[in-house]
Ligand binder design. Structure first.
Ligand code: GLA
Length: 502
């Protein structure tokens, strides 16, 4: 037995020497530059530590906090490590530098040579004291949920001045402006650092923000912009940290009408206990900017933002992480908002994120459900598709005035779930004229029958008129609903009740 045991030990040692981690020369902080054609250079930092045969550390993409390494292995002369977000890094020392290839969750890749950096470069700046919490006045804007378009969901970093102008044109030409859409909002990636006086600069995608605002205004529309309370935005561009008042004045001078303010790297500078103070600082700056600017808080629902959003003069606040253009993401977000209904009302709205209608990842039926649900939830209606090339079907979904009227109802009451049974969910939303919007949703992928009385749905008065808002049809008056809903579809009704049900 002895020789056998020994040979097993030798074999194991040989094998271990092959898979041993980590390779020499990986230790340290590395900077991978990502120069953009519009004159901005983004940086990802990689921090690697090897000890006792294990690789630890993480990646700091575009100024974010550390995304830790989850697992590592040696493969074909490279060290391969996996991280959250579904990213995999392949690295190999090359002279003084580190050869890096990144494989993203969607299979796309990027590659480059990371150079040695210092641990100090990883450190976020020292926090600047924030104002003591106080209650700011209501800015008087967004009496109904804001409607418009935002560049992020479809264009991400590929937004530029031309896209914005053409989108404004398309907003008018498609009839969406006439249906109530107003804001043309530029999301992240317009920024390019600051000048010697600290003034925020636009990168070469945006030549003249004031001229762009003038153009958008000439179409009867309004222009929105994006920033962060942190030093960097989520995309790694310049944020408003330490320049809040100055930026608010700049926005006002340019003619900006809407600011989406995204926490991002502020999370590396301030603890979550200072979320409210961080948002208050920009709220104060906007109020004293001399221009009415809708204030959109984007911090993914942290710190129960719905309880203090209005107190920092916020008009809307994101309640969740980012939406993606697929049913699972939309379903997960849309059907989990009900408990927040009491916090919505004229001037201040829950924001379950922007629309994906028309972006291609869902069927027309699913997009009708997405749009209907957002309208019942009194959500801001920010189209997130390419308005210049959208199909008639997409335009018709986004422009259904009878469904939009539910979202824009002046009473401003967000729908609540009346009941959920076997994948059928029914939502009701009281409207200013005494009618009740009733949304019947099938969350199942297959046909599902639904049958309930108006009393089951919580209506306390008899129905005297029922209108189907997608078929644009008045239906015979009934005591309730009965029908079979195709998978992922919905029926949206406006029920006009009168008299008490006994
Ligand atoms: C965050 C926000 C998104 C978008 C991007 C831009 O992820 O939640 O809506 O603004 O940042 O970088």
């Amino acid at each position: 037995m002895k020789p056998h045991r020994l040979s097993a030990f030798v074999l194991a040692s040989i094998l271990l020497s092959f898979v041993r981690l980590p390779a020499a020369g990986l230790d340290g902080v590395w900077r991978l530059d990502d120069p953009k054609p519009w004159g901005v250079k983004l940086h990802t930092f990689i921090s690697l530590h090897t000890k006792d045969g294990a690789l630890t550390g993480g990646v700091y993409p575009n100024g974010s906090g550390e995304i830790p390494i989850r697992s590592a292995r040696e493969e074909a002369g490279e060290t391969v490590f996996a991280m959250d977000w579904g990213w995999t890094f392949h690295v190999r020392p090359e002279g003084e530098n580190l050869r890096v290839k990144v494989v993203y969750g969607d299979g796309k890749t990027s590659a480059g040579l990371a150079v040695p950096a210092t641990a100090a470069e990883l450190q976020p700046p020292v926090a600047i004291p924030l104002p003591a919490e106080r209650v700011l006045p209501d800015n008087g804007l967004a009496r109904t949920p804001p409607m418009g378009w935002n560049s992020w969901n479809h264009f991400a970093e590929n937004v530029d001045e031309r896209v914005v102008r053409e989108t404004a044109d398309a907003m008018v030409k498609s009839g969406m402006a006439a249906a109530g859409y107003v804001y043309i909002n530029i999301d992240d990636t317009w920024e390019a650092g600051r000048d010697a006086k600290g003034e925020i600069l636009t990168n070469s995608k945006f030549g003249d923000m004031k001229a762009l605002a003038d153009y958008v205004h000439s179409k009867g529309l309004k222009l929105g912009i994006y920033s962060s309370p942190g030093p960097l935005t989520c995309g790694g561009y310049t944020g408003s940290f330490g320049h809040e008042e100055q930026d608010a004045r700049t926005y006002a001078r340019w003619g900006i009408d809407y600011l989406k303010y995204d926490w991002c790297s502020a999370g590396r500078v301030y603890p979550n206990a200072l979320l409210r103070a961080g948002y208050q600082k920009m709220g104060e700056a906007l109020l004293s900017s001399g221009r009415p600017i809708v204030y959109s808080l984007c911090e993914y629902g942290m710190g129960d933002v719905w309880t203090w959003g209005p107190l920092v003069s916020g008009n809307l606040w994101r309640t969740t992480g980012d939406i993606s253009d697929n049913w699972a993401s939309m379903d997960h977000i849309g059907f989990n908002q009900g408990a927040l209904a009491p916090f919505a009302g004229p001037g201040h709205w829950n924001d379950p994120d922007m629309l994906e209608v028309g972006n291609g990842g869902m069927t027309p039926t699913e997009y009708r459900t997405h749009f209907s649900l957002w309208c019942l939830l009194s959500a801001p209606l920010m189209a997130g598709n390419d308005l210049r090339t959208m199909s008639d079907e997409t335009r018709d979904i986004l422009s259904n005035r009878e469904v939009i009227a539910l979202d824009q109802d002046p009473l401003g009451r967000e729908a609540t779930r009346a009941f959920a049974r076997g994948g059928i969910e029914v939502f009701t939303k009281p409207l200013v004229d005494g009618s009740v919007a009733v949304g019947v949703f099938n969350r199942n992928a297959s046909d599902t029958p639904a049958s309930f009385s108006w009393v089951d749905a919580g209506l306390t008065r008899r129905a005297v008129g029922i209108r189907d808002l997608w078929r644009h049809l008045d239906l015979p008056v009934s005591e309730g609903f009965a029908g079979t809903l195709p998978g992922h579809s919905c029926v949206i009704l406006r029920v006009k009740p009168v008299g008490i049900i006994r």
